[in-house]
Design a protein around this ligand. Sequence first.
Ligand code: G4P
Length: 525
Amino acid sequence: MELTNEIQRRRTFAIISHPDAGKTTLTEKLLLFGGAIHVAGAVKSNKIKKTATSDWMEIEKQRGISVATSVMGFDYESYKINILDTPGHQDFAEDTYRTLTAVDSVIIVVDIAKGVEAQTRKLMEVCRMRKTPVMIFVNKMDRDGKDPFDLLDELEQELQVQVRPLSWPIEMGVKFKGVYNIYEEKLDLYKPSKQTITESVQIKQVNGPELERHVGSDLAGKLRADLELIEGVYPAFDIPAYLAGNLAPVFFGSALNNFGVKELLDCFVRIAPSPRPVSADERRVVPEKDAFSGFIFKIHANMDPNHRSCIAFLKICSGKFERNVNYKHVRFDKMMKFSQATAFMAQKKETVEEAFAGDIIGLPDTGNFKIGDTLTAGEILHFKGLPSFSPEMFKYIENADPMKSKQLNKGIDQLTDEGVAQLFTNRFNGRKIIGTVGQLQFEVIQYRLLHEYGAQCRWEPIHLYKACWIESDSKEALENFKKRKQQYMASDKEDRDVFLADSSYVLQMAQQDFPEIHFHFSSEF
Ligand code: G4P
């Protein structure tokens, strides 16, 4: 019973947004509510990730800081909340994609003035693919922005998900009066304040005279008309549809002014899912019923280049993890126990005695883990849903110091296991290609190869549009394609077939000319 309660009170989620929409500010306010921090500004070290500079110090700093802020756990009411940080810097999107494989739901922050931006659109694709329940917080209502109805249309179109407002703003910018909380049927009046909690007024009936008293007759009339329109146009809020990832509730507020944040949090803890069953190749794993299991979704290298020690982040999928108990490392078929696993409680790290499904723990690692590895109480399980996505940038990696080719190969192997970037080997000429989602990752790799492995690499340009994982029901068609396109065929680290398309036109033509071949932009299909 204790186990079931512990698991069901857990809410593990990520906040995603385009840089500058207000993710850090919102995270900080959530931590304030949870009592996890006491002053605003404590999460600001996070900010460093946004600096676009690619100077080496920054790389070092980013690696250090993001361990501390990677997972923030705290208690709120009877719930245990785990927020997973998704680096906002666009160069780190690969890491962000993978973080999404470890959460049970997502809150998207959108700036009222900017609407849906590129990064959010991309991350939402992953949520859609995984059917992750999504809640949307429209931020910066204290500033002028888009008409809320237009914004809802934009959210629906751009994010390809049905939306349903659960709160509604009364004006915005300097005229911003507050929001009507549709979910709880109360009016929250806006007072700009960075620390205090919103003043709420219970309104029994939006049609009564009470509303006029607070916002005046013009705005009361407009709010009633808006609410009527919402009821007419949008589907009724349906929790199962939200949990299935088909319907996204929308809240409006201002994270900076701590407005609308508690309402979001209160609704979130009530309706967001606790850890859900996870599919493995072998079977479905049920958090409350099954013995301990979990998978590694992120590996973080240590700051100290002399000791290649890392922290491997494990998401617990089922059961309970205990300190110093033997667990099976499935890929090695070997039992291991951990005396120094860390839990992440807000800003500090603690040694874990026990942790439950939904929690993230950090395992000290000296090269034993790679992304996707499974730990279990003894069973052989391989979790699904940890795909690689097609990188956006590609370069040939060449050895710049012929005496150190062994070190270089080892470094490339380990760094790509860690998920820093993806490695493809061109089958035609044997050259190694590194694929990333941002320019900075190339610099990080070059720097780490030198400092951690004593190897030197050189980048050479290669013009590529996408890496597509290919398959076909017809073995013959597949072989024919591979033969015809042999110059463009590569293997990923698992030796899967990858087609390197050098332009969208080439890809389109290939799709047209070879209808029996399926082209995928992620490695799991
Ligand atoms: P991010 O993590 O998504 O990148 O965004 P972050 O929270 O850092 O917020 C980006 C900027 O937007 C910050 O201003 C922040 O203060 C501001 N901001 C966040 N929420 C609101 C809001 O509700 N209203 C208004 N008006 N601004 C908001 P900055 O000038 O870049 O940083 P700072 O000097 O304030 O720290």
